[in-house]
Design a protein around this ligand. Structure first.
Ligand code: C2E
Ligand code: CA
Ligand code: CA
Length: 790
């Protein structure tokens, strides 16, 4: 809307304003030129008119004078005057007047007395004429005189018979007919005025308004002009004026006027026509620009609407502009853009929900589909199972056949999985070598069967370039509603179950309720372990070992402790297995080794030359740098290798026997003792361990703790000790909780004993105090309390 208004306004302003201004300027210029031209012409016509009037009046005066002269020389008149025949005089005067068109004739004697008059002859009428004659220095003259209400142009000539006997006076009334005559001659307004200071009286005029006013105000002689030119104030009249004297001797003037209004009249009409034309033109232009602006604004509105629809995600409606002009072209370009964007948007949203390699639904898409499946299952009270599948050994395969081939293999595997799906089930590709299957309306048993089928298919091998590659997969299963209720829960539980499957070495594992907490706990513990080592949350405690039968302390086992800021005191069993699985155990081992060797050196310096035992994890046995690291530490603390014993377990050594053997041999060559911990809990017999480079056998506490009661254990322990001795191994018994067991072991020939009876594991700072306070007992010396052993 904003656009339209401003666009219209702009267009209107841009078209109409310049036009209006141009027209106005032209009109003003033309009218100004016209006005000055009209004024100039009027002035010229006035000057010409004044000349014409002067000429005319002069000619007329001459004619009238000669007619008066003729009358004065009339014999009859002279005679009648001489005889005083008044009737004849009047008759002559009247005849003559009629002949020359005079309205007044008089005969006046030399004394200035009226003899005869064509008027009534009353003094009121003759008085002004007599005054005129008396006041005139000349006997023959021309003048004007006002008689009663009329003014006359009078000629006075002496009557001689032959000596002067009087004056003949002939008067011509100055009236409107004269004014009209002059007006006809000049084409101007004519007013004849008598100056009667301070005003000017109108005698005759062609101007009705002046006739009505009867007064012209004051005549002012215009400076610098000829005697004839005066200006005259005519109120409310826009006119040019010129004034001429009617006769030289009298204050009577002919005022010629040219009304500017009249002069302008034809032009004023033309101006109105011009204004009308301009108005019409402006209206036309306004209408045209209105039409133009709506022609422009309409397609623009359509385009703006289309853009708005696109913003709101509607790519289906085309722009509706059919014209063949630029707007049509713009609309077509816009439409192609719309289609291109729609196509790209579709592609992008497809990519956002599909895996680029297999074009299968990706994790987000799987979540959405699972949500839909769960909604349906909730209303239909059915169950949904989620299978989380991970192809194992893909890194290995990829480094053998190359990344591209590995990708192709994964795509082929996906196709195999898809082919075996039932209608309504969904296969998603959630990570490079991970897939998810959603089975609608199935339970855990169906899922197990499907998982078995999948592992069988993958195991049977996938043909890639004439090579068949067998794939191994781990599959975790989670079920709605027994395990979880939301897509996220089910996907997470299925993946926890899959991790369990991997760790247990099983192909398929169903989620165990509660596993998530353990999983999370383990994750936390594993994540926190490294910072715990650096942050000093880990400590190493020591549990002394006594030599049998003398009871002298000969060593101690290093046992790690973790005071977790959130979980509190953690037993090694709580975090060692997790650290082993996560691969962070090596950091822990190195920490304990450093601590134990440093502490052992400190004991030596305190005159307690004990040996120290450190536990190794499965992973440590795969660490080919471990012997080097141990050597470095021993050197650093200047401790003989014989003081160190490393405890390993049967299961850990069996995981990768060859690699473990290399590490162990290396350690034995360095002079470090190797002890087989927890002996008796594994499946291997001593004979099977013959190949392993061992120095010590540590009988598991489960046999020792019950030794005093369990005769079978006594037999096992006795046989084990004998067999170990036959293999040149020293024997340590752990878990000794009473003196009787101590004595029994001493009697069986066991070299060392460790257990709560002697001492619980204690912090390093307490070790020396404990050693100093310790008093050895010789367990070979018989005492009364030992009689229980048979
Ligand atoms: P282990 O190597 O068999 O350690 C002996 C365990 O038995 C210790 O438990 C010790 O406190 C306990 N024990 C000692 N004498 C007696 C006794 O008379 N009666 C009973 N009931 N128990 C006794 P702890 O310290 O909880 O250690 C548990 C396990 O954690 C160890 O078993 C060992 O496998 C592992 N571990 C401890 N520290 C480390 C370490 O620094 N590195 C590695 N890799 N493993 C460690
Ligand atoms: Ca141990
Ligand atoms: Ca043990």
């Amino acid at each position: 809307m904003q656009l339209r208004t401003s666009f219209r306004t702009k267009l209107l302003l841009l078209t109409i304003a310049p036009l209006a201004i141009a027209q106005l300027v032209t009109l003003v210029a033309v009218m100004q030129t016209v006005q000055s031209d009209v004024r100039e012409r009027a002035r010229e016509s006035l000057v010409i008119g004044a000349n014409v009037v002067n000429e005319y009046l002069a000619a007329r005066a001459e004619q009238l004078r000669s007619s008066v002269t003729v009358l004065a020389s009339d014999f009859g008149l002279k005679e009648a005057a001489a005889s005083g025949d008044r009737a004849t005089i009047i008759s002559v005067l009247e005849n003559h007047s009629r002949r020359v068109g005079a309205q007044m004739a008089m005969l006046i004697d030399l004394d200035g007395q009226s003899i005869a008059s064509t008027l009534s002859g009353s003094l009121e009428e003759t008085g002004p004429v007599l005054d005129l004659i008396k006041s005139s220095p000349e006997s023959e003259f021309e003048s004007t005189v006002a008689v009663a209400d009329d003014s006359y142009h009078v000629f006075v000539v002496p009557l001689r018979a032959p000596v002067p006997v009087g004056y003949v006076v002939i008067g011509f009334r100055i009236d409107d007919s004269l004014a009209i005559k002059l007006a006809d001659l000049t084409g101007l307004n004519v007013t004849i005025v008598a100056e009667d200071l301070p005003t000017t009286k109108v005698i005759a005029t062609t101007d009705e308004r002046l006739a009505a006013a009867g007064n012209l105000g004051r005549l002012t002689r215009r400076p610098g002009n000829s005697d004839l030119v005066y200006t005259v104030d005519i109120p409310e009249e826009q006119s040019l004026t010129i004034v001429s004297r009617f006769v030289a001797s009298a204050p009577i003037f002919v005022v010629l006027q040219r009304s500017l209004h009249d002069a302008m009249l034809p032009y004023v009409e033309a101006r109105s026509g011009l204004l009308m034309f301009a108005a019409v033109l402006l209206l036309l232009v306004a209408a045209a620009s209105g039409v133009l602006s709506s022609t422009v604004a309409k397609p623009l509105r359509s385009l703006a609407g289309a853009a708005q629809r696109m913003i709101s995600g509607d790519y289906d409606s085309a722009v509706n502009i059919q014209s063949k002009d630029e707007f049509g072209e713009l609309a077509r370009s816009f439409d192609s853009m719309r289609l291109a964007i729609a196509e790209r948007e579709q592609r992008i949203s497809h990519q956002a929900l599909h895996h680029s390699l297999t074009d299968l639904p990706n994790r987000e898409n799987v979540r959405l589909q699972l949500a839909g499946a769960l909604d349906a299952a909730k209303t239909g009270c059915s169950s949904v199972v989620v299978l989380s599948i991970r192809l194992a050994r893909m890194d290995e395969i990829s480094s053998t056949i190359g990344h591209d081939a590995a990708d192709e293999l994964i795509a082929l595997a996906a196709r195999h999985l898809q082919v075996n799906l039932q209608a309504g089930d969904c296969l998603g590709h959630t990570a490079s070598n991970e897939f998810v299957i959603i089975l609608n309306d199935h339970d855990v048993n169906d899922a197990r069967a499907a998982a078995d089928q999948i592992t069988a298919i993958l195991d049977s091998g996938i043909a890639l370039d004439r090579v068949t590659i067998s794939l191994c997969a781990h599959i975790g299963i989670a079920e709605y509603p027994s395990h979880g209720h939301t897509p996220d829960e089910l996907l997470r539980y299925a993946s926890i179950a899959r991790t369990d499957a991997l760790q247990n070495g099983d192909p398929v594992c169903v989620y165990q309720p509660g596993r998530e907490e353990q999983f999370n706990y383990r994750l936390r513990v594993v994540n926190d372990l490294r910072s715990a080592i650096v942050g000093g949350e880990l400590q190493v405690w020591y549990q002394p070992k006594a030599h049998l039968p003398a009871g002298v302390i000969c060593g101690a086992e290093a046992l790690v402790r973790w005071h977790h800021p959130e979980f509190g005191f953690l037993s090694p069993d709580d975090f060692i297995p997790a650290a082993e699985k996560a691969g962070t155990i090596m950091h822990l081992t190195r920490f304990v080794l450093r601590e134990a060797i440093r502490e052992c050196r400190a004991w030596q310096e305190a005159d307690q030359p004990l040996a120290v035992s450190v536990n190794l994890a499965t992973r440590d046995l795969l660490d080919e740098y471990l012997p080097y690291h141990v050597l470095q530490l021993l050197k650093e603390h200047d401790l003989p290798a014989s003081r160190l014993t490393l405890e390993i377990t049967e299961t850990s050594i069996m995981q990768n026997l060859n690699q473990a053997m290399l590490v162990l041999e290396c350690l034995r060559d360095m002079g470090v003792s190797v002890s087989m911990d927890d002996f008796g809990t594994g499946h291997s017999s001593l004979a099977q361990l013959r190949a392993i480079p061992l120095n010590e056998l540590k009988i598991d506490k489960s046999f020792i703790m019950t030794l005093s009661e369990d005769f079978q254990d006594q037999a096992i322990v006795r046989n084990t000790i004998e067999l170990a001795h036959s293999m040149n191994l020293r024997v340590v018994a752990e878990g000794v909780e009473d003196e009787a067991t101590m004595r029994r072991l001493a009697e069986m020939g066991c070299e060392q004993a460790q257990g709560y009876f002697l001492c619980r594991p204690i912090p390093s700072v307490e070790v020396l105090d404990w050693l100093n306070a310790y008093e050895p007992i010789n367990y070979a010396e018989r005492r009364g309390s030992d009689r229980a052993f048979g």
